[in-house]
Design a protein around this ligand. Structure first.
Ligand code: PEP
Ligand code: MN
Length: 327
């Protein structure tokens, strides 16, 4: 439910509404825009909206969407997720670059130095890899996180890495991983969402390959309703009948989510296409559709990559891409 204050409502009137919300055991969520909007978190179905018609109140309404805190109705102002000096959802597109997986120290340090030089804002790399086959490379685990930390120290680039289950939270905190990535396969791992939502870290939530936009936003709702606001969405393509590429990069979702939600959204054209030559054109398309940036797989030697070799850019290709998207 939201309480929209009148444009010229006084602080006293707003405080009275806030106190009323607290009195009945709910948490207010205040958004100061042209008018103040006070969101009421939690299940408000048993409350009559009339309860909140007090002096200074323009309108009280129920949020029509099933995802409440994620919706623009609840929080009209754009959310900007800050990682150090970097703003995701701010004025400029942000680029996260790095290999699919952390393979060894040399691969990471060379790739990190290369993407930094080309202008990337954050560095990515999976230490824990969700692979379709149990016989494929599963990542280096903790050793991989240590290598990422070394790359961060050398380049000053914040790091993004995928967390696969709740037991890894302590480890990710120990190494101060800047953005916790929740992978596509875990988008509906609700226990994981609830646990990570309580951790005060920026989260990158990837869309499940077979999930609808509504399911995607409901998963983000799990995070927000667990207490965090630092959530970045990531469109990474969905499964369709088409077999010409790995996934179909659904850019409709980007334009639609921009209408529905205040959360920033990035696009991953690497998993979205699975084809190296399509990564640059789909990056441009993503930005044109309104994405707040892209996450791109880059490897200093893609032909020898232990996973996703066909979609990783080499450093020269990445540099060319950066020149076109970062002004
Ligand atoms: C990844 O970004 O490392 C990854 C595994 O992607 P996704 O979860 O989108 O498949
Ligand atoms: Mn990958």
């Amino acid at each position: 439910m939201i309480v929209l204050m009148k444009k010229h409502a006084t602080k006293k009137q707003t405080d009275r509404v806030i106190n009323k919300i607290k009195e009945i055991g709910f948490k207010p969520h205040i958004d100061h825009g042209i008018s103040t909007v006070i969101g009421i978190r939690g299940d408000t179905s048993r409350f009559d909206p009339d309860t909140f018609y007090m002096d200074g109140v323009e309108e009280v309404k129920r949020v029509s969407k099933p995802y409440k805190e994620v919706s623009k109705e609840f929080h009209p102002k754009k959310t900007v997720v800050k990682v150090g000096d970097i703003e995701i959802g701010g004025a400029y597109p942000v680029v996260i670059a790095g290999p699919c997986a952390v393979e060894d120290e040399k691969q990471i340090l060379k790739t990190a130095a290369g993407v930094k030089k080309a202008g990337a804002h954050l560095f990515r790399g999976g230490a824990f890899k969700p692979r379709s086959s149990p016989y494929s490379f599963q990542g280096l685990g903790e050793e991989g996180l240590k290598i990422l930390v070394e790359a961060r120290a050398k380049t000053n680039l914040p790091i993004v890495s995928e967390i696969m289950n709740q037991t890894q939270i302590d480890l990710f905190e120990k190494y101060n991983i800047d953005i916790f990535q929740i992978g596509a396969r875990n988008m509906q791992n609700f226990d994981l969402l609830k646990a990570i939502g309580q951790v005060r870290r920026p989260i990158l939530l990837k869309r499940g390959p077979s999930s609808s936009v509504e399911e995607f936003l409901l998963s983000a709702e799990y995070l927000l309703s667990s207490g965090t606001r630092n959530v970045i969405l990531c469109e990474r393509g969905i499964k369709t009948f088409e077999t010409a590429y790995r996934n179909v990069l659904d850019l409709n979702s980007v334009a639609l989510i921009k209408e529905l939600s205040h959360l920033p959204i990035l696009v991953d054209p690497s998993h979205g296409t699975g084809i190296r030559s399509l990564v640059a054109p789909l990056s441009y398309a993503a930005i044109a559709a309104g994405a707040d940036g892209v996450m791109v797989e880059v490897h200093y030697k893609p032909q020898s990559a232990k996973c996703d070799a066909n979609q990783q850019l080499n450093l020269t290709q990445f540099k060319a891409l950066m020149k076109s998207i970062i002004k």
